[in-house]
Design a protein around this ligand. Structure first.
Ligand SMILES: [Zn+2]
Length: 724
């Protein structure tokens, strides 16, 4: 107040009081509507709820959104995802999602729910629903839990790292602030956006299996007693839903760039085609101004060809991105991806285009197992035709080949070439002499000559092997004559034996997953033999195309428990996995072993290995010493996984049908391999005095698996009937 000291005292005094008064009133003047002083803690006071649809929200209407309320269908489990007084997270998630759907519908948005009631939906099914409905992105709604009772803040999770899906990051940022503003929770997460790697090494299952941009919301903590109570109130759910909605609307208002492949059109006959994309920034197109309004960050417009960044050129004036290859591209399909950011720094939704390079056929090579065939009208020979372009490179697999013969017959051509190669089948004519085969592809034509010799000079054995139940041609079947291997069926199930002595011969066909077929043949002196063989699948092909991942627990320096017989548990686990693997493969299944040798493998390494494999049933084996006369088998599954429950039940029943063996089923999240893998998983723990692998455990496991598969097949059959 030193500035007033030189002034007349009356004025000074008046001004001083006026200013003091003004300063005192200041908060009241600006914040008078609430009657509160400006205080930092006022943040947690919820603003009045006025749910209006802002005009910019209409930009959302171009999107179809998958809403995924987490969990559901497990209310029979007393401790599953519940708050301090037992309220279920699944209910809170669903209530918020239903209210969010209403807001979205008011804004003209199509919203697809992965569940609308208290129902169990697997993660794969959730991803499948969103993909089937062609949703543009997916929002998974959850609420969080912590051992710290007062914990209560908002986190939005993305998959692995920001580069995994930049478009998901755009969504995550906008939705995060939408929720934070709406809920005004007492805590603010230091990071806000979090990688799901922080929770599980392979990330959240849903974000991993989602085939579109996806984020997972943990809006608040149901483990916090006050928050649990609020989350059960419809009005509070609406507030949260509105926050998510506003976040989404703001994101949409910032526009989403899009890209379109202009050139080359479908199939390119040249190997260095210029690749041209047209770009849209997602914002400037809304007004009818000229192209000069086009606004992207030019450095962000990038192109990837088969996953590798290429130096594409941006033509801003024409909104185009171009790339001219300087080296020839290989024949076949190539993947192109273009990314960019608009003035709001929003990324385009991911999209991969396929271009096909198909340089014309310039030369052909023929390959046949013999050039002399009997002119008996029976002998049939496979001929490989390889097609090359002018660079000597195999042509595109979609290239059409036509073959004709001057005499004899040409069998059906395969639809697609493999590595530029086609197998054709020629059945001999009855006149001896040279016979020409003529092959044509693109504008190229070539010939191949065979000699037909008088019948009786040579005789051949050839034929096709088929699956007896499906009639499908079988690849790789071994053909044996008097126990020695003579031929292996090719990619069309065809086999050929160029020369065979006349007389009685014992013939066998042998293949993985099939019963061996044996029959006696009479080879005539003057005629070839054409044989169509059918083989029967083991167990009706029940295990064909079934994938199993077998994991023997323990291993390496870790000795584990030692049984009376002297065998370590880790070694017994491995022996069990190996023997079961042999049995499953004999029946036609595909098996991957997580460890094949006595090596150390950390749990996280096992999980990562399992998660990278294609779909299959994952079984982990654990032997444990048990000082009782009877054996106890304990199958552990993830709670609510119905497929795992069926398998474990069948395996248990199979063990329990054996003398002195008990079996129990545990639904638990305590086994990391069961909880954190993205497969249907079962841990089989066998408590016994000594592992008796060959005698008891492998047959019990195998029969349990067979029982499960038979029930699944029956169920599928009933569903087919119901659908008719
Ligand atoms: Zn959850």
């Amino acid at each position: 107040m030193r500035m007033f000291s030189a002034m007349p005292s009356a004025i000074s005094s008046f001004s001083f009081h006026a200013i003091r008064l003004f300063l005192t009133l200041l908060p009241t003047i600006f914040f008078g509507c609430t009657g509160n002083k400006l205080r930092l803690k006022a943040w947690t006071d919820l603003p009045p709820a006025r749910y209006t649809i802002p005009p910019y929200a209409h930009h959302l209407s171009q999107f179809k959104i998958a809403l995924d309320p987490g969990h559901g269908g497990l209310s029979h489990l007393p401790n599953y995802k519940r708050g301090p007084t037992g309220k279920e997270e699944a209910v809170m998630n669903l209530n918020v999602a239903l209210q969010l759907k209403e807001f979205l519908q008011l804004a003209g948005v199509r919203a697809i729910m992965t569940r609308e009631e208290d129902r169990f939906v697997s993660l794969a099914e959730r991803a499948e629903i969103a993909a089937r409905e062609h949703c543009d992105f997916m929002i998974s709604l959850h609420h969080n839990a912590s051992d710290r009772a007062e914990a209560n803040h908002t986190s939005v999770f993305y998959h692995l790292h920001p580069d995994y899906s930049p478009a998901s990051m755009d969504l995550a940022r906008a939705v995060y602030f939408g929720i934070v503003e709406a809920l005004r929770l007492p805590e603010i997460s230091p990071e806000g956006l979090l990688s799901d790697k922080l929770i599980y090494p392979a990330g959240f299952g849903l974000l991993r299996v989602a085939r579109m941009p996806a984020i997972l919301l943990e809006s608040s903590f149901f483990s916090n007693p006050q928050e649990e109570k609020r989350l059960m109130e419809s009005a509070y759910n609406r507030r949260e839903a509105y926050g998510i909605f506003l976040g989404l609307a703001r994101w949409a208002a910032g526009g989403v760039p899009s890209v379109k492949l202009i050139q080359p059109a479908t199939i390119s006959r040249t190997k260095m085609p210029e690749i041209v994309y047209s770009l849209a920034d997602g914002v400037s197109e809304r007004s009818n101004r000229s192209n000069s309004a086009f606004a992207i960050f030019s450095e962000t417009a990038t192109m990837k060809l088969d996953g590798e960044r290429v130096s594409a050129r941006l033509e801003s004036a024409k909104n185009r991105l171009l790339f001219q290859p300087t080296t020839p591209l290989k024949n076949g399909a190539h993947l192109v991806q273009v990314d960019l950011q608009n003035l709001f720094k929003h990324h385009n939704l991911p999209r991969v285009d396929t271009i096909i390079i198909a340089a014309p056929t310039d030369s052909m090579h023929f390959h046949a197992p013999t050039l002399r065939l009997p002119a008996d009208g029976v002998a049939t020979i496979p001929i490989q035709i390889s097609l090359f372009d002018e660079d000597g490179e195999a042509v595109w697999e979609g290239t059409k080949v036509k073959v004709t013969a001057e005499q004899g017959l040409i069998g059906n051509m395969p639809r697609r070439l493999r590595n530029g190669r086609a197998a054709i089948y020629y059945q001999s004519g009855i006149e001896s002499g040279l016979v020409r085969l003529i092959a044509e592809a693109d504008a190229h034509r070539d010939t191949f000559a065979l000699e037909l010799v008088p019948a009786g000079e040579v005789r051949t054995l050839s034929g096709i092997v088929q699956d007896d139940s499906t009639q499908a041609a079988l690849i790789g079947v071994e053909i044996l004559l008097a126990d020695s291997l003579l031929a292996t069926a090719d990619e069309n199930g065809f086999f050929f034996v160029p020369g065979i002595a006349p007389g009685e011969r014992r013939f066998a066909a042998r293949a993985k997953g099939y019963h061996q077929t044996t029959q006696s043949l009479t080879i005539a002196r003057d005629q070839s033999l054409l044989l169509h063989t059918r083989v029967s699948p083991i167990l009706g092909g029940l295990l064909h195309q079934q994938n199993f991942i077998l994991d023997a627990a323990g291993g390496g320096t870790e000795s584990g428990e030692i049984f009376k017989s002297g065998s370590a548990a880790a070694r017994a686990n491995l022996a069990l996995a190996r023997t079961l693997s042999d049995t499953l493969q004999w029946a036609g299944a595909n098996v991957v072993m997580i460890r094949e040798t006595d090596t150390t493998l950390a749990t996280t390494a096992r999980i990562e290995k399992v998660n990278e494999l294609p779909q299959g049933l994952y079984i982990k084996f654990v032997y444990r010493k048990w000082e009782q006369d009877s054996t106890l088998v304990q199958c552990t599954i993830y709670p609510g996984n119905q497929t795992a429950e069926s398998i474990a039940t069948a395996i248990n029943a199979s063990f329990a049908s054996r003398p002195n063996t008990g079996a129990i089923l545990l639904r638990s999240t305590d086994v990391p391999e069961v909880t954190l893998t993205n497969k249907t998983a079962v841990e089989v723990l066998i408590k016994c005095r000594a592992p008796e692998i060959a005698a008891r455990d492998v047959p019990a496991l195998f029969e349990g698996i067979v029982q499960f598969l038979q029930e699944e097949r029956k169920k599928a059959g009933q569903e087919d009937l119901a659908a008719q």
